[in-house]
Design a protein around this ligand. Sequence first.
Ligand SMILES: NC(=O)c1ccc[n+]([C@@H]2O[C@H](COP(=O)([O-])OP(=O)(O)OC[C@H]3O[C@@H](n4cnc5c(N)ncnc54)[C@H](OP(=O)(O)O)[C@@H]3O)[C@@H](O)[C@H]2O)c1
Length: 297
Amino acid sequence: MTNHTSQTLPPVTVLGLGAMGQALAGAFLKAGHPTTIWNRSEGRGEDLVARGATRAATPADAVRASEVVVVCVVDYAAAQAILDQAAPEDFAGRLLVNLTSDTPERAREAAAWAARTGVDYLDGAVMVPVPMIGTADALIFHSGTRAAYEKYEATLKALGGQSAYVGEDHGLAAVYDLSVLDFFWTAMHGLVHGYALAAADGVKAAAVAPYMKVLVDLLANVVDGTARDVDSGEFPGELDNLVVEAANVEHIAHAAEHRGLDASALRGVLTVARRAIDLGHGAGNWSSSVEGIRKPA
Ligand SMILES: NC(=O)c1ccc[n+]([C@@H]2O[C@H](COP(=O)([O-])OP(=O)(O)OC[C@H]3O[C@@H](n4cnc5c(N)ncnc54)[C@H](OP(=O)(O)O)[C@@H]3O)[C@@H](O)[C@H]2O)c1
C-alpha cells in the first residue's frame, strides 16, 4: 500500500479485545496509528473507542479498514474462526500478524492457510504481561516473511520496544516462546518450591527473598555460557561437575520429602542428571544434563 511518514502512520486493526488485544490496540492508539477494533462479544473496548479507535461491525470490515491486521485471541482455532469471516480479497495488500500464543505446529498450519489464501502473514508471540505492552522493555517475537517484518518493524515496535524477528519459518516465534517459557515456568516452580521448603522450618519467604535475588543474578551470568555448551556439545567440568551437582539436588529432594513436601520436579531433575551421568557425562558441568533430556527413558 502507501508509504508512510511519521504524520501518516499505517492504519492498524486489532481483532480480539481480551486483556491482551485491548493492550495492543491501546499501544497502537498511543503511538498515533489510526486504529480499528473488533471483538466477537459486545461490551469490550469502550475506552478504546473513547480514545479514538473505530469499532468495525464485522471482521471483514475490520480487515479492510487497515494495512496491518493483528489478531490476538484465546487460541488459533478462535483466530481462524474470525479470519474465515473475511474473504481472501479483503486481505489484499494487507499484512496479517497473528499474536495469539499457540504451538509451532499450529503457527505453521496458519501460515499454510495464509499461503493458500494469498494473505501476507507474520506469526508472533507476546512474551510480557499486559501492563508492559507498548513499553520499551516489552518483548514480542515475530517470524515469517522478513520483508514484511522489515516493512512494518516500526509499527510492530509500537507494541514492544524489544520486539525481535527470529526467522522466515512461521513456527519460529512459537519455538522461541516455548523455549523461553520452558525456562521461566521451571524457574518459577523452583522459586515457589524454595519458599515452601524454607516455610516448612518456619522461615518466611520474605526472609529468603533477598538471597533468591543473588541467585537470579548468578543465573543471568550463566545464560550465555550454558548456551555455548549446549550448542557446542562440550561441557567443561573443571570447576564443577554433574556428579557433585546431582548429589546436591538429592539433598534438597530428600529434605523436601522429609518435610512432607512434593519433590517430584526435583526428582525429575535428578532422573535427567543421573541419565546423563550414566551416558558418561559425570565429569561434565551442569549443561551436560541436556544429554539426559535428549534421551528420555
Ligand atoms: N494476558 C496476558 O498477560 C498475556 C501475556 C502473553 C500472551 N498472551 C496471549 O494473548 C492471547 C490473548 O490472551 P488474553 O489475555 O487477551 O485472553 P482473554 O482476556 O481471555 O481474551 C480472549 C479473547 O479471545 C476471544 N475468543 C475466545 N474464543 C473465541 C472464539 N471462538 N471466536 C472468537 N473470539 C474468541 C475472546 O472474545 P470474547 O470477548 O467474545 O469472549 C477475547 O477477545 C493468548 O494467546 C494469550 O496466551 C496473553
